[in-house]
Design a protein around this ligand. Structure first.
Ligand code: DX5
Ligand code: ZN
Length: 234
């Protein structure tokens, strides 16, 4: 299966629905139904019960999802020792792979390996990790992910203080003249989407706000988009 087209993210705010909040019994359908919803990519949360106290998807699920949709798949690895599994996730169909700073002692090498697998490279930081920990690897990052909750579960509330970290990373990305995307993940909804974008985010991950929306996932994506439009963002 050819890799899906990954459009660069400088012209508009991107919405990445997280399948963590979808019906796991119909996960392929959920991914398929996002096509035409206005979402630009699909966020897949992989958890190992060690780095976070929860389990979710593995490479077989990514393979199934790759067949179900032509939207780009970004795989967020919340696992220890991600280096051991990068090749498997790339082969399964990931377009982007994000690893956590907290479990990557050789983060520069890990990010280079991801790019070498023909995937976009992402680095994530937990709420207790300072933004500056990414400064020296930003040029190896296609995506810097700021966790706005402690990872492991959907449905939590965004921690407002995390938006300061988005601001600092945005400043650093500009200072270094990079085109690294900045993504926020956790508790993002129509009430805080503008604040995330104002802080400097260009990709919004949203699970609950998309899949638990009364209008279904299409309605959830539209509501986020509407919140940005109404407030003058795009
Ligand atoms: C949590 C995951 C998030 C999660 C967000 O560890 O990384 O992607 O799905 O879910 P909501 O949007 O419900 O906070
Ligand atoms: Zn995530």
């Amino acid at each position: 299966m050819p890799r899906s087209t990954w459009k660069p993210c400088r012209d508009a705010i991107r919405i990445a629905p997280s399948l963590l909040a979808a019906d796991f019994g119909q996960i392929a359908k959920a991914a398929h139904d996002l096509e035409g919803s206005g979402a630009e990519r699909i966020h897949i949360d992989v958890m190992d019960g060690v780095f976070v106290p929860n389990f979710t998807f593995g490479t077989d699920t990514v393979r199934v999802l790759r067949r179900a949709t032509s939207l780009p798949l970004e795989v967020h690895l919340m696992i220890v020792n991600p280096d051991a599994h990068l090749g498997t996730f790339a082969t399964a169909g990931a377009d982007a792979i994000t690893v956590h700073y907290e479990v990557c002692p050789n983060l520069h090498r890990t990010l280079s390996t991801i790019r070498g697998l023909d995937c976009r490279s992402g680095a994530a930081i937990n709420p207790s990790t300072p933004a500056s920990m990414l400064d020296d690897v930003l040029e190896s990052c296609d995506l810097a992910l700021v966790m706005t909750i402690d990872p492991g579960f959907g449905g939590q509330s965004l921690i407002p203080r995390m938006l300061h970290k988005v601001e600092s990373i945005r400043r650093e990305v500009s200072r270094q003249g990079l085109d690294t995307e900045i993504e926020v993940d956790g508790g993002v909804d129509a009430t805080n989407a503008k604040a995330c974008v104002d802080a400097g985010a260009d990709v919004l991950v949203a699970g609950t706000a998309v899949f638990r929306h009364q209008g279904g996932p299409q309605g959830g994506v539209a509501a986020l988009r509407q919140a940005l439009t109404e407030t003058g963002v795009q």
